[in-house]
Design a protein around this ligand. Structure first.
Ligand code: IMP
Ligand code: MG
Length: 184
């Protein structure tokens, strides 16, 4: 049984931020850009689980090139009520990326810690090139210097859900992006 407080943490009110048409138009444009930039490069799209899933599925269908997909997973664990999170990776070390053109595909970049850690790990295996692709970016939240080559949308510091993005593992299946309303 969950306490009312726990229930409340999982189910939060939200409002529409980016509708389906807006998202699909933007993904189409990103796909066309990647198609032009990676012609004859046979890129590997390295999805960061789980937030990348819907975005990656839509993106690869509008990249008109031979390509491969691989995945890494990044899970952040909270230590009790403390704010610090520990990142646990199922890293890219076992994926043959040496000499390949790699695109790291994320659902959302917040502090930038996840994506920059993955970038560091990918660079160790000497790819031909590596760039970051994200559907949503929160530039005001970055805590590390990151260069994002392909960005769907820049938003503020709000917490967003849907289109693969979760709040305590829920809402990933929403076909649009919503913004969680802070009711405090
Ligand atoms: P980072 O702070 O850039 O390392 O992002 C860490 C992770 O936090 C992301 O990969 C997401 O899983 C999650 N995250 C950050 N902001 C949001 C958000 O607005 N909605 C859903 N998940 C988020
Ligand atoms: Mg999450």
């Amino acid at each position: 049984m969950k306490s009312p407080q726990e229930e409340n943490l999982e189910l939060k009110p939200f409002e529409l931020l980016l509708d389906q048409t807006t998202i699909s138009r933007r993904i189409n444009a990103m796909g066309q850009q990647i198609t032009r930039d990676y012609k004859d490069k046979n890129p590997v799209l390295l999805g960061v689980l789980k937030g990348c899933i819907i975005f990656l599925a839509d993106l690869i269908r509008v990249v008109n090139l031979p390509l491969e997909i691989e995945f890494v997973s990044a899970t952040s664990y909270r230590h009790g009520a403390k704010r610090e999170e520990e990142l646990l990776f199922s890293g890219p070390s076992h994926i043959p990326l040496k000499g390949r053109h790699v695109l790291i595909v994320e659902g959302v970049v917040d502090s930038g810690r996840t994506v920059s850690t993955i970038l560091e790990q990918v660079r160790k295996v000497e790819p031909a090139s590596v760039e970051i692709v994200t559907l949503v970016d929160k530039p005001g939240s970055h805590r590390t210097e990151i260069d994002i080559a392909y960005k769907g949308f820049s938003i503020g510091n709000e917490f967003v859900i849907g289109f693969g993005l979760d709040n305590t593992q829920k809402y990933r299946n929403l076909p649009f992006i919503g913004k969680v309303i802070d009711i405090r």
